[in-house]
Design a protein around this ligand. Sequence first.
Ligand SMILES: [Zn+2]
Length: 572
Amino acid sequence: MIITDNLTTNKNLLFYNGSIITMETGTPSVEAVYVENGIIQATGDFKEISQAIHPNTKKIDLDGQTLLPGFIDSHTHPVLSTFMHGVVDLSGFTHRTKGELWKHFEESVSKYKPGDWILCSGFDQVLIPELEPPDINYLDSIAPNNPVLISSHSLHSFWVNSMAFKETGVNRETLNPSASSYYEKDENGNLTGYIVEQEAFNPFKKAVIQSLGNEILKEKSVEVLEDYAKNGYSTIISMGITTSDKNVIRLYKHLSSGKPSFIDQLLTVFRILPKRKPMVRNFVFVRYDSPHLLPISVDNGDDFFKILGIKFWYDGSPYTGSMYLESPYLNSDLTNNKLHLPYNHSGESLISQKELESSIIKYQNAGWQIAIHSQGDIAIKEILESFNKVTNHKEIADYRHRLEHCLLLQEESIQLMANLNIHPSFHINHLYYYGEALKEKIIGKERTHQLLPIKKADDHSLIYSLHADQPMFPSEPLNLLHIAVNRRTKEGKVIGAQNAISVKKGLKALTINAAWQIKMEDKIGSIKKGKYADFVILNQNPFTIPTSEIRNIKVLQTIVNGKTTYIEHSLE
Ligand SMILES: [Zn+2]
């Protein structure tokens, strides 16, 4: 057991007597780490270091536990997670049959006051067999007095009732934003309640945020950020933060930044802003449709909160048919009858290459990092083609642009990414939760065998990270490591064994690689003299535990800047 109390008040700390894994190449493990005022002052031999420390140092006996650099969540959505906190869960993780799911829905509806939005998440026709999309008449009959919004698990498609249409003003005359983002209509031109992709969804998002107000963010944002610490994260990247409101940015800046402004301190006293605590670092990419949230310059913020760049969506999700593929989806009962994809459907891009190219030029010239949601093989090819076209190859500056998710990434694209200095963040949970469905019903054996080619990316020296895309999946770093190393589906079948990576490479993806992707590799991501004291303490060593046990490792404590942001209850 770790003999320590909450560390927040201790300025000098000495960690010893455990497995201390630095993620530094020269000295992969050390006997002791010494910290002063949140900065690592020494790593190495216990005897040597303990002779040179300040007399008031708090000594922390790790008692055989494992100390690592704090994990970095390279792609997550804290605002969306906060809004989803407490919504009706219709996911395939908590319901096994459609009967169970609709019963839960009907019971939940009765708990709402008339007029309140009823938000439901996780609707998943892939994981729940026989599940049919909800009929608008059914939703109207169950909730005649409430706007209802049901989101698919992938957050790329939605179902609403008539009241929700009324609240947003969307009606049968409303034009579809594009062929790939639309309001479905029946043969008589009436809305069916089915909504595909972000552009069409926007009026609903606005209405929901307006009705919940920023109050819920103020109340719950701290809880959600504390959950990241609980899972061992010392840093998160808010990838396309779900807001167009400057006040929301201000709230998150207030919670994470190194020093609060005088005015924000005053607002805390008046309870307009929540009280600050030691918090996870937060690096933000704003959405393409909210560029007004970008500060004047990339030199904004500090090492605790900073806006880094802008995020675009080039395609969507494999579970709505909006992932953009080179060869068509399988024709199957799921794709054609449940997801209503036409025969030999391949998806398409959400924006044109031309549009993308002008955006790349605009934001790259201003020094912003660019991140692009890209799942399908042809989506990735077209994005890279666009970067290639607008890049001056004589001098590829250190932009560190990134591609998000990268489910289907062909070798020639990996090579081009290496040439263009563009790097991936892999959405590895697809393999575990949806591997079987992808293989049998969505993209077939051959492409499933090739998906998430992490080892291949490693062979081409790409600097890759891993993410869970919370709220799509809970943000659990050891789960990501487990899947990247074992590559097994939830049914226990191996997918693409040739792309399994070692524990060491998986840990790099969760620490130093992720730090590199946000240009913080000289300050966080490994345990090294001069870096911030951002640590996680685990009850087991991922290097020595059998790989089939990795996901069972427990986080005991998380430390940011030498301060405890999470401590397991029994250790307090
Ligand atoms: Zn995301």
